[in-house]
Every structure is written in structure tokens, then in C-alpha cells.
Design a protein around this ligand. Structure first.
Ligand SMILES: NC(=O)C1=CN([C@@H]2O[C@H](COP(=O)(O)OP(=O)(O)OC[C@H]3O[C@@H](n4cnc5c(N)ncnc54)[C@H](O)[C@@H]3O)[C@@H](O)[C@H]2O)C=CC1
Length: 485
């Protein structure tokens, strides 16, 4: 019997599902059981061409509509997503293995927030009038044209919407390629957008690995590339986009610091460290995986952290009691287990977890290492799994320098009850998305993105509009033209 997660076809192009089984087969494996639940096929050159040409053909008419008309369609899509939240959350769970308890509140709903927010903004995208004496300049905010979105596997619905919503609001067309690991959810986003009234061709989804992503990025018709992925992939995609002088947004990896001072509320700090390390089983780019704890409160912090972490409920992700799911794939599980072994070998003190859970599927117990030092591999590399490294510190000056001593710069957090210190420390963090007495909040109203190797550009908020549109300036002369001859 066909599994309910099996999509109608692999691709969604020009308003309809399209299949081409001559493309490489991509199995979809449910991480909680290891069973194959669906199959899709990578896009062939013909499928890539169909996606790009239909998007190119549809974009100009879309850009001619008023922003309010465009926004209405996006807001209708948001409503459909909310109505179907349960069904879409179950699909997200099948795609990623994340517990339903999480996907019900953080995935389709976050996608709907983006469609609603950018749908609301679409009618207010205007230029400005710049007086020049008798003359004047006016500016027009124009779409970029044809945008490509390429997704990672941890938030397939959210990423498809976070890229699609601002792109469409600004009058662009999008071709979106999900991660080959999680190909299912973006197809539903495309289907719902068209059900909401989006004209055919404006949001196409095609499947494939890096090769398909590469074909999209290098196509001369493409004006912008927005990637969510790792730093090594980001470097390749950025370079390919640069050779075609294309706009980019790069949402890449991190190894973010979470700093806990000795005057912090310990319960809240422990909660922040849990949210910043174990949500989505640690597969979150902005995670605060280097937890710097002041030496005066270290043992108290570790005791509470271990007690609370041992309460995590690992189990069937579709059971709403479960709050900790498997790694997305067997491969990712093995990468993370490799880091755990490295941590042990490097002499870090294992506080809890540290091994695969004794059950089917790709589960790793939430793991905390203490006495981690800056030179350890587990303190330097992005693990992208449930492995928290706790490091000690003594002074504010010292911890700021150590927190910033990394190539990454996605996020940073601080827990303290000293108001001045909170702002002083965050002011010196080399990071794009920061938190005070909290961690990992990502509302659509707030800009999201990194500095240094963690990325270029911002998603969400009004900032995203600047990355999916450009400004034309028009000088208007009211009098005669003076010329030298
Ligand atoms: N800053 C952010 O917003 C987020 C960043 N991430 C980062 O994503 C990574 C995990 O996701 P993965 O899927 O493993 O990343 P990845 O870098 O392996 O792949 C990302 C996407 O790029 C595509 N791709 C690979 N090579 C390509 C090429 N040469 N040209 C065009 N496309 C190519 C892949 O098929 C996939 O769709 C982590 O490093 C994580 O930190 C994840 C979520 C959010």
C-alpha cells in the first residue's frame, strides 16, 4: 500500500505536479523507523528547463499586479496552511523525524506566519520622493526577477515559506529546490499557494542533489539565489552566483555562544540552554552549542541541567507526548556519534547522554559535556546534533573574546540579571541574531541571519524585502538641459 507521505509526483511546475522517473531515484526514509515511506526522482535537465522557463514566463505579469493583490493570495495561502496544520505537521514529521509536539507549533505555522506577514507588507512596498530644488528624484522598488531557493533538511516547510513569501510579495518568481533528504513538504507549499490563487509558474518545486542546485545557480536567467545550508556549500554557491553577478542570501551554519553569568536566574538559563541545544534534536543552525557558564554556578547549573535533560521523552514522534526525536538520517546520526566519541577522547566530562538510544530509528540521547576547553573539536566544529559543550569562564572580558573566537557568527545569547551587562555583552557579540535571557526565538517580525562565515543577508522582517527587491532611481528635470556644447 502507498504510504500517505508519498507525493503525487516529484516536482511541481507551472501549477501542476510533474513526474519524470528517468531522474535519479531519491528514497525518503522515516528517521524514527528507518523504513522507506516515499520515493521521488531528481530533476533531469528537461525538468530544470521546464521549471526555469515557466517561472521566467510568469514573473512579468505577477510583478504588474498591485502589491495588495499579490498579498491577498499569500494571506489566503497562510489561512489554508493553518486550517491544515495537523496534516502538514504530520508530513513534516515524516519528512524530518521531528516530534509532532514540535512540528505542530514550529513548522507549518511558522510558514503561515511568513506568508501572512509578507502578504501584509506587499501593498506597502513603495519608493520615495527626493526633492532637488525645482527638479526631483523618485525611486521605485522593483522585483529582482527569477529567484532560486535552496533548502536544508531541518525545517523543510519553514524554509520553503521563508524564502517564497518575501520573494513573491516583491513580485518575483521562485524555483525552490528542497534538500534531497526532506523533499516532501515544499511540494505541499507549492500546491497550497496555487490553491490560494497563485498564477501558474510563480512557485515551482524541483527535486535533486547538489548537481540540480548547481544547474539552477548557474543559469543566466536566474537573478538571485537564497541558500540555507552548510558553510562549505555556501562558499560554492556564493562563488557560482558571483560569477553571474547574482544577488545572494546565505543562511549558513554556526557554533554560537550562550553566556551564563553568575547572577542569572538558573532555571531560566538551564531552560535557555535546553532550547538552544536540544530542540529538533539539536539540528538547528542558530543553536547555542558553546555554553559558557560562570565558574561560581557551574556545578549547580550542571546538576539542574542533567536532571531536566534526563526527563526528555524519546519515542514515537507521532505521539504528542514525545518531545525528543531521532536524527534526520543514519548518516547524520553517525556523524554526531563520531563527535561524541571525539569529545570523550579529548577528555571532556560526560554529564549525560553520550550514546545512541536503545530503540529503532536514529535516536541519540541528549548529551552534555562539561569541562570543555576552547581547543577541543567539539567546541570548534558545528555538530548539528544534540551535543552541548559547557565551558567555564571567570570574567566578562575573557568570555567576550572567547565567544567571538570562531569563524561563525550566526547567534549569541546572554543570561544575566544585570541590565547594563546584558546590553554591553550583546553589543560586542559578532553575531547576527542575538538573545537576552532567552534563546532561539525566531519570529517573522525579527531579522534572522548571520555575520562572518555564517552568512550574508537577512531573512524575515522588513529586511528581507531589501534582499528580494532593488531600487530604481529616476531623476526628473523640470527645466532646460544645460550642456557644454
Ligand atoms: N542559517 C540558517 O538559517 C540555517 C542554516 N542551516 C545549516 O544547514 C546545514 C545543514 O543542512 P544540509 O542540508 O546538510 O546542508 P548542505 O549544505 O549539505 O545542503 C544544503 C542544500 O544545498 C544543496 N547543495 C549542495 N551542494 C550544492 C551546490 N554545489 N550547488 C547548489 N546547491 C547545492 C543541497 O542539495 C541542499 O539542498 C547546517 O550547516 C546548518 O547550520 C540549517 C538551517 C538554517
Amino acid at each position: 500500500m502507498t504510504h500517505p507521505a508519498q507525493p503525487t509526483a516529484s516536482h511541481f511546475i507551472n501549477g501542476a505536479y510533474v513526474e519524470d522517473t528517468s531522474g535519479t531515484e531519491i528514497p525518503v526514509i522515516y528517521a524514527a523507523t528507518g523504513e522507506r515511506i516515499a520515493t521521488v526522482h531528481a530533476a533531469t535537465p528537461d525538468i530544470v528547463e521546464q521549471a526555469l522557463s515557466s517561472a521566467k514566463a510568469a514573473q512579468k505579469e505577477w510583478a504588474k499586479m498591485t502589491g495588495t493583490e499579490r498579498g491577498r493570495i499569500l494571506r489566503r495561502a497562510a489561512d489554508i496552511i493553518r486550517d491544515r496544520n495537523h496534516e502538514l505537521s504530520v508530513l513534516e514529521t515524516y519528512d524530518t523525524g521531528k516530534p509532532l509536539q514540535e512540528t505542530l507549533v514550529a513548522d507549518a505555522t511558522s510558514g503561515a506566519d511568513a506568508l501572512e506577514y509578507f502578504g501584509g507588507l506587499a501593498g506597502s512596498l513603495t519608493g520615495e520622493h527626493i526633492p532637488m530644488g525645482e527638479d526631483w528624484v523618485y525611486t521605485v522598488r522593483e522585483p529582482l526577477g527569477l529567484c532560486v531557493g535552496i533548502g536544508a533538511w531541518n525545517y523543510p516547510t519553514q524554509i520553503a515559506c521563508w524564502k517564497g513569501a518575501p520573494a513573491l510579495a516583491c513580485g518575483n518568481a521562485m524555483v525552490f529546490k528542497p534538500s534531497e533528504t526532506t523533499p516532501l513538504c515544499a511540494l505541499k507549499v507549492a500546491e497550497i499557494l496555487h490553491e490560494a490563487g497563485l498564477p501558474a509558474g510563480l512557485y515551482n518545486v524541483i527535486q535533486g542533489m547538489g548537481e540540480v542546485g548547481g544547474a539552477l545557480v548557474t543559469d543566466p536567467r536566474v537573478d538571485k539565489v537564497s541558500l540555507t545550508g552548510s558553510v562549505p556549500t555556501g562558499k560554492k554557491v556564493y562563488a557560482a552566483a558571483a560569477s553571474g553577478m547574482k544577488h545572494v542570501t546565505m543562511e549558513l551554519g554556526g557554533k554560537s555562544p550562550l553566556i551564563i553569568f553568575d547572577d542569572a536566574d538558573i532555571d531560566n538559563a538551564v531552560g535557555g540552554a535546553i532550547n538552544g541545544n536540544f530542540y529538533s534534536s539539536g539540528q538547528v543552525c542558530s543553536n547555542g552549542t558553546r555554553v559558557f557558564v560562570h565558574k561560581n554556578i557551574k556545578e549547580e547549573f550542571l546538576k539542574s541541567l542533567a536532571e531536566r535533560t534526563n526527563n526528555a521523552i524519546l519515542g514515537n514522534p507521532l505521539d504528542e507526548e514525545t518531545n525528543f526525536g531521532p536524527m534526520v538520517t543514519e548518516n547524520q546520526m553517525n556523524i554526531v556519534l563520531g563527535y561524541i566519541e571525539k569529545g570523550k577522547a579529548e577528555g571532556a566530562r560526560l554529564i549525560c547522554g553520550g550514546e545512541r538510544a536503545d530503540m529503532d530509528g536514529y535516536y541519540i540521547k541528549p548529551t552534555v559535556f562539561a569541562d570543555v576547553t576552547d581547543d577541543m573539536v567539539i567546541a570548534q566544529e558545528e555538530i548539528f546534533g544534540p551535543v552541548m559543550a559547557v565551558l567555564d569562564f571567570e570574567t566578562e572580558e575573557e568570555v567576550i573574546a572567547r565567544a567571538n573566537a570562531t569563524e561563525f557568527g550566526l547567534s549569541a545569547g546572554v543570561f544575566t540579571n544585570d541590565l547594563s551587562r546584558a546590553h554591553r555583552v550583546i553589543g560586542q557579540m559578532e553575531a547576527g541574531s542575538c538573545f537576552i535571557n532567552s534563546y532561539n526565538d525566531a519570529p517573522v517580525e525579527a531579522p534572522f541571519g548571520g555575520v562572518k562565515a555564517s552568512g550574508v543577508g537577512r531573512e524575515n522582517s522588513k529586511e528581507a524585502i531589501n534582499h528580494f527587491s532593488q531600487v530604481k532611481s529616476v531623476y526628473v528635470r523640470m527645466g532646460d538641459v544645460e550642456a557644454a556644447f
